[in-house]
Write a protein that binds this ligand. Structure first.
Ligand code: COA
Length: 187
């Protein structure tokens, strides 16, 4: 019988080819119900893998049966979203005492959706951010990502239209308080 347990680890630069292929498939297939072809093309410029997260040790890979099923991470840097090809990234360090940590670049391979991969990665990100002293997390959601984030307790801050890829893509800035979340409360 196949091992269906999800396993996770930190990504390394050696994962780059697998991760970019997975992200390409996720953007191509899973955005289709929400975006037209021009918006999907635009998404490839404003989204994607940010290798800074791999180098920071804040980017996770989830595997099932030795196949890469999903990836995603978090950050203590100012960039809210975007990949290596996206304009305007900002590597400035955030202050856990006043800034929300970022959740970044969440993707599940189309063959592995609705198996809890995204939820697992979000939990890993929130736990790691909490351990670094952050009490809130913020992210820029796609329409495809919105159901996952709402299911995991994220609330809408504002809708955004990003046209830096040539055609406007609808996005949602969302946030969640993580202090005490998932931890037993003291009496
Ligand atoms: C968003 C994404 C990462 C979700 O990944 P996933 O691994 O399928 O999500 P999960 O299996 O962990 O889903 C957890 C819960 O989120 C909600 N959810 C996730 N995807 C959903 C969908 N397509 N429709 C409705 N609810 C959904 C459900 O409540 C689900 O729980 P359930 O399956 O028990 O009902 C994936 O769809 C994806 O890669 N999309 C394209 C890329 C993208 O837009 N990424 C987000 C960037 S901000």
């Amino acid at each position: 019988m196949a091992n269906t347990i999800l396993k996770h680890r930190l990504a390394t630069r050696a994962d780059y080819p697998d991760l970019t292929a997975l992200i390409d498939a996720a953007i191509s297939e899973l955005q289709k119900p929400f975006l037209d072809a021009a918006q999907i093309a635009s998404s490839r410029i404003i989204m994607g893998l940010d290798t800074q997260l791999i180098d920071d040790g804040t980017y996770f890979v989830v595997e099932q049966d030795s196949a890469v099923a999903g990836c995603g991470g978090w950050s203590w840097r100012a960039t809210l979203y975007g990949g290596d090809r996206s304009p305007g990234r900002d590597a400035a360090l955030l202050d856990p005492a006043k800034d929300p940590a970022r959740v970044r670049a969440m993707y599940t391979h189309p063959d592995f959706t609705r198996r809890g991969v995204g939820r697992l990665i979000l939990c890993l990100c929130e736990e790691a951010a909490r351990a670094e002293g952050f009490s809130r997390v913020e992210l820029m959601a796609t329409k495809a990502g919105e159901p996952l984030y709402r299911a995991c307790g994220y609330e809408l801050l504002e809708p955004v239209l990003d046209d830096r890829g040539g055609v406007a893509v609808p996005l949602l800035r969302m946030a969640k308080a993580i202090v005490g979340a998932g931890r037993p409360q003291s009496p």
